[in-house]
Design a protein. Structure first.
Length: 368
């Protein structure tokens, strides 16, 4: 038992699968992904966006393949990026075969939408021959007709039945390198479906609140949905679905995992909302530091508190801390201990320098 058991999350141990060189499920870290919104056939634009998403901290990236031009472009795209690529396929089985043959590391499909058994067999054969994983992607907005007729509307039971049906199709063809999702734009429906599915299968679960909306409402819906599932130990890979820059999806996803201690990457800033007691401009300082420290990938905790009410206490819990003091004299803390007094105009440069130094020390220690 840890020294703070109230923070412990007992993750469900699912089957481990491979998506390119990325391992998902088992004891592996929860992976974060996003999806491009460029035309996949536009190789230059798509590669540029994939690299931006990857640099933000993505573990894998999905691209849509609605036509042959897109699947042909995959061959050039995968050669220029490092992150595993998931090809998003819906109805045409030939697109799935082409994507697997042209370098996709995973196919996002719904086998029930592909067509007859022979077409499914051909897709599975292509996936096997090319070391390609498959994600069974069930969505409340595109359930099979017979399942909708049975349940009358999308509900957790309907999504789970669809997922299990499609898993069985793959298993009957001896295909097991797969993960599953049961997404909805409804938070309650998504949570209910994932909780039920988690009890019925040991395959890795890709969780998400689909079509969550623009940045603010989408972030809130995703945080509520993900938080409920992740605290119950459910989820092996996530995608925050926003009507916004895909890079923001990665930022939000990583922050959700960071807040639950499920994945620590980069600087975690603890900062006060500021009030009349603040001895320096907290809000502006935090915004500047977020930008200047965005290149740091090493996990480091930093507190930026505007006054002495909570400042020393927060600094005691972080590796680096700033507490506002009187007459423009502020205290910098290292590992909870007072280190030096600094002026308001020194805060940014001192903190950036100290964080970079700390990151280097940690990296060198890890390499020993």
């Amino acid at each position: 038992m840890s020294i703070r058991p109230f923070r412990d999350i007992d993750r469900k141990k699912t089957k481990e699968i491979n998506v390119g060189n990325l391992k998902i499920g088992g004891n592996n870290p929860i992976s974060v992904q996003s999806m491009t919104n460029t035309l996949t056939s536009d190789v230059e634009s798509t590669v540029k966006q994939i690299k931006e998403i990857e640099n933000a901290g993505a573990d894998l990236v999905r691209v849509s393949c609605p036509d042959k031009e897109s699947t042909v472009a995959l061959k050039q795209i995968v050669k220029q990026v490092k992150v595993p690529i998931v090809a998003d396929i819906h109805f045409h089985y030939k697109r799935a075969i082409e994507a697997a043959e042209n370098g996709a590391n995973c196919l996002r499909i719904n086998p029930g939408n592909i067509g007859d058994r022979q077409k499914i067999k051909e897709v599975i054969k292509a996936a096997k021959n090319n070391g390609c994983a498959i994600r069974v992607g069930v969505n409340a907005g595109s359930l099979e007709k017979d399942i909708l007729e049975k349940y009358r509307e999308p509900c957790p039971e309907a999504l789970v039945e669809s997922a299990l049906r499609n898993i069985e199709i793959l298993e009957n063809e001896d295909f097991f390198n797969l993960k599953v999702s049961v997404k909805s734009s409804d938070v309650f429906l998504s949570i209910g479906a994932y909780k039920q599915l988690s009890q019925k299968t040991d395959y890795p679960l890709h969780i998400g609140i689909t079509e969550a909306g623009s940045f603010l409402p989408g972030t809130i819906k995703s945080s509520i949905g993900f938080g409920s599932l992740l605290l119950d130990g459910i989820g092996d890979t996530i995608r925050v679905s926003l009507s916004d820059d895909p890079v923001k999806e990665i930022n939000v996803g990583n922050e959700i995992l960071k807040s639950l201690n499920l994945r620590n990457r980069g600087v975690r800033i603890i900062s006060c909302p500021s009030c009349a007691r603040q001895a320096f401009e907290v809000i502006d300082t935090v915004k500047i530091l977020e930008e200047k420290l965005s290149h740091i990938k090493t996990p480091i905790t930093l507190s930026i508190i505007g006054c002495v009410v909570n400042g020393p206490g927060e600094a005691a819990q972080t590796e680096i801390g700033i507490t506002g003091g009187g007459k423009g004299n502020h205290m910098m803390y290292l590992n909870g201990v007072e280190n030096e007094k600094i002026k308001s105009e020194e805060i940014i440069s001192k903190v950036v320098s100290m964080v970079e130094k700390k990151a280097k020390e940690i990296e060198e220690k890890n390499q020993q």
